[in-house]
Design a protein around this ligand. Structure first.
Ligand SMILES: [Zn+2]
Length: 261
């Protein structure tokens, strides 16, 4: 047996073991599916693939509760299910760049500093519901994760937002451009995303309050990609109606067509 074949066999063996050790009990899985309409309305095959992917996710990632929070199995599966939706057709290896997930009970106030043109440092507080850093860990506010069933209509989902950043950073840069198979695909991606981003930023600038996407997406192309990914998975028909080209771009990247269901 060649080395490549041996590697594949070892990887398969590791996955099979992970699936056995981290099998998600039926009642727990059903409760998570029921809590999130954007998972519940998926087809039987998608839900079965998602459940399997969640076991691999639980085997490979480490959850840490912050500020005295204990991360229960229910919480871990709820996070895993939403985190694995974007990689349903990309595979678990797409998340190899990090291991840790830090769960806070609620929003976190982070002290920040910025320097103005005159070199004067200004201190301010930023309120975070989640954060993803290159190489991990991913930080999430549990209150927002829990509310994701109710906030789906508003195209809001903190888990998908942060894991879109993880996919974006797979090439080392948070710029709204994930790893793509060819240079041509990359060029096409940038061409489409730039047009959509500029148009969206102009709407936000003009105080258009009717945007489906979170105005926070106007902060930069990387945030635009993350908020677009949220809408793609939790409010897909809205995104397809308002941004058809962007929807098509995401559908080809994620290899999913959630609005079709
Ligand atoms: Zn973000």
């Amino acid at each position: 047996m060649g080395l490549a074949a041996l590697g594949r066999r070892l990887a398969r063996w590791r996955d099979e073991r992970a699936l056995r050790r981290h099998a998600i009990p039926g009642p727990l899985w059903d409760a998570v599916v029921a809590a999130y309409p954007f998972i519940a309305r998926r087809g039987v095959d998608d839900r079965a693939d998602l459940r399997r992917l969640c076991s691999l996710f639980l085997a490979r990632k480490e959850f840490h509760g912050a500020q005295g929070l204990t991360v229960t199995d229910e919480m871990a599966v709820a996070i895993a299910a939403q985190a694995c939706l974007p990689i349903l057709r990309l595979g678990i290896d797409a998340y190899d760049g990090f291991v840790g997930i830090v769960v806070h009970p609620d929003e976190v106030v982070a002290p920040r500093e910025t320097m103005d043109e005159d070199g004067v440092v200004h201190a301010y507080d930023e309120t975070l519901t989640g954060e993803a850093m290159d190489g991990g860990p991913v930080m999430l506010a549990w209150a927002d994760v829990l509310a994701a069933g109710d906030t789906a209509e508003m195209a809001y989902n903190v888990v998908i937002h942060e894991f879109a950043h993880v996919l974006d950073m797979a090439d080392g840069v948070a710029d709204g451009v994930p790893l793509l198979p060819t240079a041509a695909a990359r060029d096409a991606w940038i061409a489409c995303l730039d047009v959509e981003y500029e148009r969206f930023a102009a709407r936000v600038e003009a105080d258009d309050e009717a945007t489906l996407l979170d105005p926070y997406g106007a902060e930069g192309p990387e945030e635009f990609f993350a908020v677009a990914a949220e809408a793609f998975f939790v409010a897909p028909q809205g995104l397809r109606g308002e941004h058809p080209a962007l929807y098509g771009l995401l559908a080809s990247y994620f290899r999913q067509d959630p609005a079709a269901r």
